[in-house]
Design a protein around this ligand. Structure first.
Ligand code: PGA
Length: 253
């Protein structure tokens, strides 16, 4: 059966010392409270922190992800980080297509498709994000928008490659706003995503696919959202910046 995962996206927050302290505290809480080993734990700190954090946590228990990667393999791309560089710094996964990347850095489906491919070629796991804007939901276009994001960026993958993906459904209107999708709204979209994956890749791959919900998940609402049958954990922003909150959310998965 598919794995439950809780992933923390730290975005552009924490100094190096704060980040190391946060990671150490998460590691301590997870060990002390003997969190169920069935639940995968991922943290995505700023890239500068990754190598150091990797040395101080139990990386059999907590995986490090990058928040982005270049759509090129290597070379003269000042300021970019390739998937192989991320891997050499200890990353096991890469968040691809977060709505902030789509909105502020003009990442199109085409670019995301390249990134997903490069991440897979380097034997890292893509955490592919999708989700609609508020106006799109108001017009009742949310299913179509999410379907297009998925079809355009990841439906050319082979079955074998697709089976390595994690999908994160993150309605843009719920990210960082304090407004969470209701558990029913999350379940409805997750079931829809699983259905289109089943139609394309078959029942086994669809059933094994981990689909995370993201958007204002907190210790107080995680239980209800994670209890839905097609919600397999969460991608957590703000609440991942406090070890205690993040740990409480992990406990609910
Ligand atoms: P949030 O962010 O939990 O702060 O809403 C989620 C995300 O952007 O992944």
């Amino acid at each position: 059966m598919r794995k439950k995962i809780v992933a923390g996206n730290w975005k552009m927050n924490t100094s190096l010392s704060e980040g190391v302290a946060l990671a150490c505290e998460i590691d301590r809480l997870v060990k002390k409270n003997k969190i169920n080993h069935e639940t995968g734990i991922i943290i995505a700190p700023p890239m500068t922190h990754t190598a150091l954090i990797n040395m101080v946590i139990d990386n059999d228990r907590i995986c490090i992800a990058a928040q982005n990667c270049a759509c090129k393999e290597e070379g003269a791309f000042t300021g970019e980080l390739s998937a192989s560089i991320l891997k050499s710094a200890g990353c096991k996964a890469v968040i691809i297509g977060h709505s902030e990347r789509r909105a502020y850095y003009s990442e199109t489906d085409e670019i995301l498709k390249k990134k997903v491919n490069i991440v897979l070629t380097n034997k890292l796991r893509p955490i592919f994000c999708c989700g609609e804007q508020l106006e799109e939901r108001k017009k009742n276009n949310h299913f179509e928008i999410v379907k297009n994001q998925i079809v355009n960026a990841i439906f050319d993958l082979s079955k074998n490659d697709f089976s390595k993906l994690i999908i994160a459904y993150e309605p843009v209107w719920a990210i960082g706003t304090g407004v969470t999708a209701t558990a029913e709204q999350a379940q409805e979209m997750h079931a829809f995503i699983r259905k289109i994956v089943e139609n394309k890749y078959g029942k086994i791959i669809a059933n094994n696919l981990t689909i995370l919900y993201g958007g204002s998940v907190k210790p107080t609402n995680a239980k209800e959202i994670f209890a839905k049958p097609d919600v397999d954990g969460g991608l957590i922003g703000g609440a991942a910046l406090k070890a205690d909150n993040f740990y409480k959310i992990i406990r609910e998965a």
